[in-house]
Design a protein around this ligand. Structure first.
Ligand SMILES: Cc1ncc(COP(=O)(O)O)c(C=O)c1O
Length: 465
């Protein structure tokens, strides 16, 4: 086995079975019976029937999505929470958990260089964090028009159809969910074109604002720091300028990208992030902590007051203790702060930087390597740990290149020795390589590229090209 552990002799990273086969294996697990099973037997059953069908995120050949095995410190924290108090909900169920979450939130604001009034709350996922951020934006827009969104709802706006949120054309679909759930509808989202590096185009942003003048009310601009498709980081300064000009809320969806703000070499990409009214960050994507672990930051802590609903037996207004459960809707909430605190203390901030840096450098090196290869076409310059590319062997007509990328992706999926993803950028199909796990080295990525070349040769033979 060579050093990258990503070659034809490597074990599969999952069974590679199809849906029918997986279902047949799992059926006995859901055969709920009156009698129980001894733990040992149950464990054996799970190992045999389920585990082969779970993908090994820790393997160097896994580079498709934002998944990562919790590192030992995070696991210690996660197990401790399961053993003692997995729910943090409020002071009654977990005084230590409440205080840890509050203090961890404050420490994170400092770690990321946010302003003195910034605050954080833990969320289930980036999708909900984005939704809450846009709710806060809408709430502020309502206040400025003199009504309380929480009571009146969206009908308080004289013409809700005018409300607009500008996003990058490459923004994550969770913003569409948010627009739907908030009753604004997807028509409220106005996509701003991206530039050659797939960052929000500042000229196009200014043009969009100009075009909408007098016709729509821009209540927010949602930029992305680390887009899902290419991990591109939208520059904040032009967004800040627009938000100031039209009085809009600046939301930064940095679900994947914010971790990289800790790397001095990436910090310039995040210039101005501290001015965002809200920031979504998903430690469960690349911080090595168990899911769920997402954070919503706000620039002004009082913004969270807009979320509070007090109860008579629970979350009482007169209770003097801190209550993180008043900053977001769920009552039952996991103690996500504990694994995050544990991993940061175990690795140290510098250790965390090193974990992020290894795969990040591997992607940079891959991009450099590909630039010199005539049969490879990087689709963008990588801002962070992700690169999309096309395999473009000489002699293949450009009209058939989409087909070739799909073929490579499908073959790799069936072989189950590696994992990469596929996407569309504008009208082109691209292969997408994500480096999250510290095991993803340049060599491992290179071997996947070499294998993609072999598969491209197979396809050409099959097609007679
Ligand atoms: C930029 C971005 N925002 C939001 C999300 C949604 O996060 P979650 O999967 O935690 O809901 C993702 C997920 O990949 C993402 O890439």
């Amino acid at each position: 086995m060579n050093e990258s552990d990503n070659n034809e002799n490597s074990p599969k990273i999952w069974s590679g079975a199809g849906p029918d086969e997986v279902a047949a294996d799992l059926r006995p697990l859901v055969d709920f019976r009156d009698e129980g099973l001894p733990l040992k037997e149950l464990e054996k059953m799970l190992e045999k029937r389920l585990v082969p069908h779970l993908v090994r995120y820790d393997r160097p050949a896994f580079h498709s999505l934002y998944n990562f095995i919790p590192e030992p410190g995070a696991r210690l924290g996660g197990e401790l929470a399961l053993r003692w108090n997995q729910g943090v909900t409020n002071w009654i169920v977990s005084p230590g958990g409440v205080m840890l979450e509050e203090m961890c939130g404050e420490a994170l604001c400092r770690l990321f260089g946010l302003g003195p009034d910034a605050a954080a709350t833990f969320m289930y996922c980036g999708t909900y964090a984005n939704q809450q951020a846009l709710y806060l934006a809408l709430h502020r827009a309502a206040e400025r028009r003199g009504f309380d969104l929480a009571r009146t709802g969206i009908s308080g706006f004289p013409d809700p159809g005018r409300l607009a949120i500008l996003t990058s054309a490459d923004a994550h679909f969770s913003l569409r969910h948010a627009a739907r759930m908030l009753g604004m509808g997807e028509n409220s989202l106005i996509p701003v074109p991206v530039d050659a590096d797939r960052r929000m185009h500042s000229g196009a942003l200014a043009d969009t604002v100009e075009t909408l003048k007098g016709r729509r009310d821009i209540i927010a601009v949602a930029a992305t720091a680390g887009t899902t498709s290419t991990a591109s980081v939208d520059p904040a300064p032009p967004v800040i300028e627009v938000c100031r000009k039209v009085g809009a809320w600046f939301h930064l969806d940095a679900a994947y990208g914010f971790s990289y703000k800790l790397l001095p070499e990436c910090a310039p990409l995040f210039k101005g992030a501290e001015e965002a009214d809200s920031i979504t960050w998903d430690p469960h994507k690349n911080f090595g902590v168990p899911i769920p672990n997402s954070v919503l930051f706000v620039r002004e802590r009082r913004d969270f007051e807009r979320m509070s609903i007090f109860g008579k037996y629970f979350n009482r207004e007169e209770d003097p203790e801190p209550n993180p459960g008043l900053k977001s809707p769920p009552s039952t909430r996991p103690l996500s702060a504990l694994p995050l605190v544990a991993t940061l203390r175990h690795l140290g901030v510098e250790g965390m930087r090193e974990r992020l840096r290894g795969p990040f450098r591997a992607v940079r090196k891959l991009a450099e390597y590909l630039r010199g290869e005539p049969d490879m076409e990087p689709a963008h310059r990588p801002d962070l740990s992700l690169l999309c590319l096309r395999v473009t062997p000489p002699g293949v007509p450009s009209a058939r290149l989409d087909e070739l990328q799909s073929y490579i992706h499908e073959r790799i999926k069936r072989e189950a020795r590696r994992s990469l993803s596929i996407s569309r950028l504008d009208d082109r199909t691209v292969l997408r390589l994500v480096a999250i796990s510290p095991g993803v080295t340049f060599e491992a990525l290179r071997e996947t590229i070499d294998h993609a070349r072999e598969l491209a040769a197979d396809w050409r033979r099959e097609q007679g090209l």
